[in-house]
Design a protein. Structure first.
Length: 108
């Protein structure tokens, strides 16, 4: 998913929570996943998204700004990891997200 505080992170959604996992070195040097924290989605997403047994999953991230994109049948939402706030950024169905953080115009 991205990097936060120098640690590689992964995200998964198991209703009604967004789980964040980090990669950590084990006692013999092998990397393993450790649950870092979770965010309750109930207060952040509209009630029908979580109650009606609809599909909710993490589909993208914006590295460096701590934002995860959550896909639902109602629309696409951002979850800001530090403030734990959400915003609907698209109505309708989206399968994957690849946000652009900047553009290069090539010598113009």
């Amino acid at each position: 998913m991205g990097v936060e505080d120098g640690m590689l992170l992964f995200a998964s959604v198991v209703k009604p929570r967004l789980y964040l996992w980090s990669m950590e070195a084990g006692p013999r040097g092998a990397a393993g996943r450790a649950q870092s924290r979770f965010i309750e989605l109930g207060p952040l997403l509209p009630r029908p998204v979580l109650v009606d047994n609809t599909e909710v999953s993490a589909v993208g991230f914006a590295e460096g700004v701590g934002v995860i994109f959550i896909k639902t049948k109602v629309g696409l939402y951002t979850i800001h990891l530090k403030s734990k706030q959400s915003n609907q950024v698209h109505r309708g169905y989206i399968n994957k997200v690849m946000p652009y953080m900047s553009f290069y115009t090539g010598g113009v």
